[in-house]
Design a protein around this ligand. Structure first.
Ligand code: NAD
Length: 294
């Protein structure tokens, strides 16, 4: 099957390369030609427009920044829906609000196009390794038709429920990650100010109940003062904005998410939006005029 792929950024490029490695033909498009050229040099075909992808491919994967871009690419002028045949599957792997996924899916259905929402966790390293975790919402029979193709980019592909369920699962993931980094930063600053090395604290507790994948990944970065992304603060602000909007819509207050959102806003206002989200620690460093270091 020839797979269409739209959105060739940090995540999209390595994902295309893993589809190619698994033997799939890929027709790829991005608004920046240099990104298309990159995957063409790895064996993909390059498309000149979204319409070309929509005409030639029955499975189209999108990996775009947020809901507005997904709406533009799928529903907009010259977008997927204008040219796609009935029966085409749009498999959106961007992290967007579940309400937007439901809205786009409903528009697709009017033309017989099926859409699933399927964001990922794992970041660039796992996109490169082909070991992403994919969380999928939408029609289960359609999911079963495409899950082998998706499996070539992932270590786990889980069907979570109806359309929007993948995006809701991703929002839950992003809340847990953000609050975990804030908790680690707050606790490590306490130990620093109390005169106990954060490195000792990390070594002592990482195997216990407080240990986590987030702490293992981010504590060394915080203690090295290395805030190179990784996952940028600006992207995490986008995800928490979608979480807060969704929480308000469904009647689920998110008080801790709101608090961490304000920390992220503070960091962005100080020019750190392009830092890794582990730079949440810098907020605590500013509060105390101290650094969390080994
Ligand atoms: P990115 O900004 O690097 O890539 C997005 C790509 O989409 C860009 O190449 C851009 O040119 C393209 N694009 C935007 N609008 C377009 C349009 N109208 N037509 C065609 N192309 C268009 O972003 P990314 O880091 O690859 O992330 C993509 C999605 O994956 C986001 O929703 C992000 O939250 C999510 N995500 C990212 C990570 C990560 O670590 N980077 C991890 C998990 C999930």
């Amino acid at each position: 099957m020839k797979v269409g792929f739209i959105g060739l950024g940090i995540m999209g490029k390595p994902m295309v390369k893993n589809l190619l490695k698994a033997g799939h033909k890929v027709l790829a498009y991005d608004m920046f030609r240099a990104n298309v050229d990159d995957v063409v040099s790895a064996g993909a075909s390059g498309a000149a427009s979204i319409a070309e992808v929509a005409k030639e491919c029955k499975l189209i994967i999108t990996m775009l920044p947020n809901g507005p871009e997904v709406k533009e690419v799928v529903l907009g002028a010259g977008g997927v829906l204008e040219s796609a045949a009935s029966g085409t599957v749009v498999f959106d792997m961007s992290s967007i609000a579940p309400g937007v996924a439901q809205e786009v899916c409903a528009e697709c259905a009017k033309k017989g196009v099926k859409m699933l929402d399927a964001p990922v966790s794992g970041g660039e390293p796992k996109a490169i390794d082909g070991t992403l975790s994919v969380m999928v919402g939408g029609d289960e029979a359609t999911f079963n038709e495409v899950k082998d193709v998706i499996g070539s980019m992932a270590a786990s592909v889980v069907h979570c429920g109806d359309i929007g369920a993948g995006s809701t699962t991703k929002l839950a993931n992003q809340i847990i990650v953000a609050l975990n980094i804030a908790a680690v930063s707050e606790a490590f600053m306490l130990s620093t100010k109390a005169g106990v090395s954060p490195e000792k604290v990390f070594d002592a507790i990482k195997g216990g109940l407080a240990g986590s994948t987030v702490m293992n990944a981010k504590a060394p970065m915080i203690m090295d003062g290395n805030f190179k992304p990784g996952f940028k603060i600006d992207l995490h602000i986008k995800d928490l904005a979608n979480a807060l909007e969704t929480g308000h819509k469904v009647g689920s207050p998110l008080p801790f998410t709101a608090a961490v959102m304000e920390i992220l806003q503070h960091l962005r206002a100080h020019g750190l939006g392009q830092n890794d989200h582990s730079a949440i620690a810098k907020y605590y460093e500013k509060l105390t005029d101290s650094e969390i270091r080994k």
